[in-house]
Write a protein that binds this ligand. Sequence first.
Ligand SMILES: Cc1ncc(C[n+]2csc(CCOP(=O)(O)OP(=O)(O)O)c2C)c(N)n1
Length: 340
Amino acid sequence: MESRKILEKKAKPKKKLVGHKQHTLHLLRKMLLIRRFEEKAGELYTLLKIRGFLHLYIGEEAVAVGVMEALKPEDAVVATYREHGHALARGMSASAIMAEMYGKQEGCSRGRGGSMHLFDALTRFYGGNAIVGGGLPLAAGLALADKMQRKPRLTCCFFGEGAMAEGEFHETMNLSALWQLPVLFVCENNLYAMGTALERSESVTNLIEKTKAYGVEGSSVDGMDVVAVEGAAKKAASYVRTQQRPYFLECKTYRFRAHSMFDAELYRSKSEVETWKQKDPITTFIKSLKDQKIITKDVLNKLEREISQEIQQAVDFAEQGTWEPVEELSRFVYSEPKPL
Ligand SMILES: Cc1ncc(C[n+]2csc(CCOP(=O)(O)OP(=O)(O)O)c2C)c(N)n1
């Protein structure tokens, strides 16, 4: 009897570890996919395969990946112009995103939006917004529609701390609290809005104080730690769903690359960037998984190979894609008549 008890005791954590292991590998896979996808995109940009603006998310992967774990398929997601990571974490196909960046018809926005305007109705991904703060009122509108139609869904809105200096942020906070809208606001505080440091543009740098002034509850989390972000996001999403009220989650993070492909980075020192790189969300996660013996070198190499194949397929898909015929350029400026 005693030995059976011991066996049962031993068996339990093993079972848990399998689920835990699969989940951690899933988080790592998503972060690595985003990192490698964007490294490739940066390369393709210099080869002039991708034109227009390109804002890389490298360094911030733990935020999109952790938060997305708290969302359900029926929830909506709104992001900024730095949104490849969010789109991939939400489950959009790397091929459709790459083709979009190439400007091909097979892209998720038919090649008309490019890097800053990714869209996918299937995963309820509403962008990709070039205007700083522009996604905030859109998120409130989506949540208001859900509330009016009594649909039990949540809208998750990602934005940078730079958006908090915009009027749209303040109007959205006010109305979301007043109308009790189910929005999870996720602020990706990477300390700089283009070349402007937070303390140079905001009189109050404790961001949660700002939202509290509107009656919106909030909390902060280490945005370089995917597990911490996932935990905080799950609590936050549960608050939004049960209370039917907005919530503000600040994720403290850092972008390792320049603001966009055109940025001399005169506003920060190389040593500051190097210090933050010590907290790289991917390398620190891999180290902790290795220390816990959850991952081996072989598993990691296999993961890297699979991701590399997925990205190569995306590039091939984009290369073989079709250009939009010039005579179709004015199509979709206005919605097309629906068949009666
Ligand atoms: C309304 C508006 N003003 C200015 C710009 C130019 N602009 C593009 S990105 C950016 C900085 C935004 O920083 P933040 O919101 O912190 O996001 P991050 O780039 O750090 O992810 C600015 C000022 C813009 N796109 N829209």
